[in-house]
Design a protein around this ligand. Structure first.
Ligand SMILES: Nc1nc2c(ncn2[C@@H]2O[C@H](COP(=O)(O)OP(=O)(O)OP(=O)(O)O)[C@@H](O)[C@H]2O)c(=O)[nH]1
Ligand SMILES: [Mg+2]
Length: 298
């Protein structure tokens, strides 16, 4: 079977698109008017764009003349909202190697995403290592080890250690010795309200920046797309306490709330970098704004 990322994206946005499409269908061919704009407002709110983004889009559309086709300009305005520049990612970096720290609330898909990313970067010709730094949940390291076997990726952990920073240190030492390009670090699930656990992420950041200055550090936050607007406040809290470079939006395959990508950019300024769309290794694609908007409004 040929792997077609665009087709996967299109399929995973099915529910979101369906929630949008009956509304958008009614607007097909319509020109901008007070009435059509009001209809659109309801449609966007239903797709979880949130109040701020919806108002933004509506205000921008109002600036076009009445003779303008509504859906044509909607496409451009949505695209503009999520086209942002961000820090060079690990494929463009000048650093010798990269460490990607994967953080997030319990069950949002960190371990699965670590494995998917490992496979993704391996397919791009990079040498990759998985580091199991979830020292809290019993069997967490074993879950990641099993993925490493399936994906045929090097794996480092220490099941007798209770200190994630120590596991991280040993893991990166090993990656350094083996000249690994990208190390993916799976961490324990944590609620943003747990101060000590949040401080631990800061400690892990410090291990990388002080002990491994040759490594570019990238922190990715997993967010479960099913949570819709609630995931926004989750991201906000994580970002306040530990700087987040990008989002992996997981479980997009099961949700009608795919519109959440817009408020994440607009309100938090954090780019969505990857989309998770299933439970197997190749169910992950790099986020592309154009493809996303196209798949969303068809
Ligand atoms: N449908 C779907 N399921 C997913 C996706 N990503 C992860 N899952 C499932 O979500 C569940 C939790 O995934 P994990 O990767 O274990 O989540 P985690 O964040 O590591 O969980 P903790 O370590 O317990 O905090 C598993 O059953 C995964 O198969 C996705 O993109 N789509
Ligand atoms: Mg996990």
């Amino acid at each position: 079977m040929v792997f077609n990322p665009l087709e996967k994206l299109f399929n995973s946005l099915k529910k979101t698109r369906e929630s949008l499409s009956s509304g958008l269908n009614k607007l097909k061919g319509k020109e901008i008017s007070a009435e059509s704009i009001e209809e659109l407002e309801t449609v966007l709110l239903m797709a979880d764009l949130g109040v701020v983004c919806t108002e933004d889009v509506i205000n921008k559309l109002k600036k076009y003349g009445n003779k303008t086709n509504l859906l044509d300009v909607l496409h451009n305005e949505l695209l503009e909202m999520i086209t942002v520049k961000y820090k060079a990612n690990v494929l463009e970096t000048d650093y010798k190697a990269s460490a990607i720290l994967i953080v997030g609330v319990n069950g949002t898909g960190k371990t699965t995403s670590a494995a998917k990313l490992a496979a993704y970067y391996t397919n791009l010709g990079k040498s990759v290592m998985l580091i199991g730094a979830d020292t809290y949940r019993a069997a967490a390291a074993e879950q990641l080890r099993q993925w490493s076997v399936v994906a045929n990726i090097q794996f480092v952990s220490n099941e007798s250690s209770g200190d994630p920073s120590a596991v991280l240190f040993d893991g990166l030492k090993s990656a350094q010795a083996k000249d690994i390009d990208i190390s993916l670090i799976d961490t324990a699930g944590r609620l943003h309200t747990y101060k000590n656990l949040m401080a631990e992420i800061g400690k892990m950041h410090k291990v990388v920046t002080t002990k491994f200055p040759d490594f570019q550090l990238e922190t990715l936050l997993t967010l479960d797309a099913n949570l819709g607007q609630n995931s926004l406040s989750q991201a906000k809290k994580f970002h306040e306490q530990t700087s987040v470079d990008g989002i992996i939006l997981t479980k997009m395959d099961g949700t009608a709330k795919g519109g959440i990508v817009f408020p994440i950019y607009r309100e938090l300024g954090i780019p969505v970098k990857f989309i998770g769309m299933g439970e197997t290794l190749d169910d992950l694609i790099e986020f592309n704004a154009e493809d996303y908007v196209q798949s969303l409004i068809g």
